[in-house]
Design a binder for this molecule. Structure first.
Ligand code: GRF
Length: 219
């Protein structure tokens, strides 16, 4: 049996999105994106790149991060994006943190909220403040492999194909209407790191497209 090579990943992408180019997903008016990130921030960075390259008619008035060491904050500084630290340890519960997040997003007049690697569960407080306006990206083909160990779970299950999902947020973790997905082959020697790296290549492709699609379809 022949081995699937990484180059085949493109052919596994859903036919529903393979024909969509970012040029076809231009938005009429600039969209104000509030981005939430906890860590590395590579997905935040690709959204800034899509904007800079004219592929997404949007602006990012604010990045919210909850971890003082988040590389996302450094990336924001390098890109001239205002970054606001809301450290979850400073709040007595999730709702209090979410109230501050909502206040900050409103202060910056955000249209759409992008959870780009936000590693905290959110509450109804945030969801009610931005109904159908919160997008999440997850490193699996949902509804498979929810939660923080999505990549490890895929390896443990022995699946041959996994991927990533851009979806609208609802209260149940890693659920909500799916906007875009991309498939990624699992290779025999994959570790969580190598598989996650291959998934992230696809995340970086579909997140800007998913944002534009959500904005265009006026959900
Ligand atoms: C991504 O794999 C995303 O799917 C998950 O967290 C990771 C964030 O990566 N929710 P980065 O910080 O954007 O590099």
């Amino acid at each position: 049996m022949s081995q699937v090579s990484p180059i085949d990943a493109a052919s596994l992408i859903s036919p529903h999105i393979s024909h969509i180019s970012s040029e076809k997903l231009q938005l009429a008016t600039p969209l104000k994106l509030g981005i939430m990130a906890s860590g590395n921030g590579s997905n935040f960075e690709v959204v800034t790149q899509a904007i800079e390259e004219g592929k997404l008619n949007a602006e990012i008035p604010v990045l919210i991060y909850n971890n003082p060491d988040a590389k996302a904050a450094t990336r924001a500084a390098n890109r001239g994006v205002k970054a606001v630290l809301l450290n979850h340890r400073d709040y007595k519960n999730r709702k209090d943190l979410d109230r501050q997040i909502v206040q900050t997003l409103r202060q910056y007049d955000v249209d759409l909220v992008i959870m780009a690697g936000w590693m905290r569960l959110v509450t109804q407080v945030l969801i009610d403040a931005f109904p159908h306006k919160i997008i999440n990206i997850h490193p699996s083909l949902l509804p498979s492999f929810k939660g923080v160990r999505a990549v490890e779970q895929a390896l443990e299950a022995g699946v041959k194909i996994t991927g990533c999902t851009v979806h609208l947020l609802c209260l149940e973790m890693d659920s909500g209407p799916i906007l875009m997905q991309a498939a990624v082959p699992v290779l025999p020697d994959d570790t969580a790191e190598t598989l996650h790296a291959r998934i992230q290549v696809q995340e970086h492709r579909i997140l800007p497209l998913g944002i534009a699609l959500a904005a265009q379809t006026n959900l």
